[in-house]
Design a binder for this molecule. Structure first.
Ligand SMILES: Cc1ncc(COP(=O)(O)O)c(C=O)c1O
Length: 417
């Protein structure tokens, strides 16, 4: 086995939703790449905040507000530690990965790029790591270039020099692909980006939830995450940024909290991190996120990764036996995380998703916000099963059983196609 399974049965007990039924069947949740489920203690922390601790932060001259501020700031320190950032002020709370990447696009790219400058992405990126750069390119006259992909959906580092040059000002790549599960060798891409003087941005939406991350060791300039993919609440994300770059950047949004002083016609921005945190944030969400981080750290990211690898190895082997299946992504498990994308010959992914749903099996069907990749493959989308620390081999078995039902309904031949 590629990895060692966690005691997933015990872990499941911590997640109330996993003991519910869907369409009369026990829920088999295989869509954590879209959003993870939440452990009881995260749900309780959220409720506890509103019951006993609710007050606006950084503003009130009373104890409740000081305490809320302290909880909020302590989450920042915890998250910085989780991401390997030695300076908590370089971690900015946002709403999600999408907003974090837009922050860089608006505050850095739109001010720094010149006509003819290049932004390097790939056709495998999530729209969140594409559209903001397209918007920045449109505004500045910069152009997008794409890292060539290998047949098995990895960045082709042997061909990086074809697209990386002195004109490259931004290299923006995903830590792990949500569409097909490739874990990219981002450290070496970052090194090559810096050699050309480009800034290096990592879309970590699928990274920090499944793999131990150290932004200083990666030597990235920006790393973007979403709490809801890491056992935390929706509406909370973060952006790690290199201090020397953050300090030169214009604020993203203007308003309360992000200023030092305001006069009739002008303002001075606050120091980091407040400069990038305008308005009242999702305080309850941030406070509950601290509990999610604590949970992940207690289980251990290396253990979570090993668990997912064991599931992927089993999943690829069992799904590979289903007649008519086409599996996407690399077979090299050293470069793969907890996602299996597939198609059944002749059946639309949405039909597969609906039939699986009747069996209580929750998967995602469609382009997974990666339309350019689907177009490149000449398909409209795939079915995606994604795994996390609460999934087990029994979930893979349920998926395979349900796919048999799809084959029966579509009267598919018994033999492999
Ligand atoms: C690789 C990747 N990037 C970015 C995002 C966007 O995350 P959010 O919707 O939380 O902003 C996702 C969400 O699925 C993702 O998988």
């Amino acid at each position: 086995m590629a990895g060692k399974l966690l005691d997933y049965g015990k872990i499941r007990e911590d997640f109330p939703i996993l003991s519910t039924k869907m369409n009369g069947k026990p829920l088999v949740f295989l869509d954590s790449a879209a959003s993870s489920q939440k452990p009881r203690r995260v749900i309780e922390a959220f409720e506890d905040y509103y019951r006993c601790r609710n007050a606006n932060i950084h503003r009130g001259a009373y104890r409740l507000s000081y305490e809320a501020t302290d909880l909020y700031d302590r989450t920042r320190a915890r998250l910085a530690k989780f991401l390997g950032a030695s300076d908590p002020e370089t971690v900015i709370f946002t709403r999600n990965t999408t907003e974090s990447l837009n922050l860089v696009a608006y505050s850095w790219a739109m001010n720094e790029l010149k006509p003819g400058d290049e932004i390097l992405v790939s056709e495998l990126e999530h729209h969140s790591n594409l559209v903001p750069w397209m918007m920045a390119a449109k505004k500045t006259g910069a152009v997008l270039r794409h890292i060539p992909l290998t047949e098995d959906a990895r960045y082709d580092l042997n061909r990086l020099d074809e697209v990386l040059s002195d004109r490259t000002k931004i290299v923006a790549v995903a830590h792990m692909s949500n569409a097909v599960g490739t874990i990219h060798d981002i450290k070496s891409i970052g090194k090559r980006a810096h050699e050309k003087g480009a800034i290096f941005v990592v879309d970590g939406a699928q990274g920090a939830c499944h793999n131990a991350v150290n932004v200083e060791d990666l030597d990235c300039d920006f790393y973007a995450i979403s709490a809801h993919k890491m056992l935390g609440p929706t509406g909370v994300g973060a952006l790690y940024g290199r201090r020397s770059i953050l300090e030169t950047m214009e604020p993203f949004l203007g308003g309360g909290d992000m200023i030092l002083t305001v006069s009739k016609d002008s303002f001075k921005p606050a120091p980091l991190p407040m400069k990038f945190e305008a308005g009242t944030p999702n305080i309850a969400g941030v406070v509950a996120f601290a509990v999610a981080l604590e949970y992940l750290s207690q289980v251990g990211l290396d253990n979570i990764h090993a668990h997912e690898m064991a599931l992927i190895e089993y999943g690829l082997s069992e799904l590979g036996k289903v007649p008519g299946i086409r599996l996407f992504g690399t077979n090299d498990l050293d470069h793969r995380g907890g996602v299996i994308s597939f198609l059944l010959e002749g059946v639309h992914p949405h039909d597969i998703g609906s039939i699986l749903d009747e069996e209580g099996v929750a998967v995602r069907a469609g382009h997974h916000c990666c339309e350019p990749f689907m177009k490149k493959e000449g398909i409209s989308g795939t079915v995606r099963a994604s795994f996390y620390l609460y999934n087990g081999p029994d979930d893979v078995d349920a998926l395979v059983r349900s796919l048999q039902k799809v084959r029966d309904i579509f009267k598919m031949p018994v033999k492999n196609l």
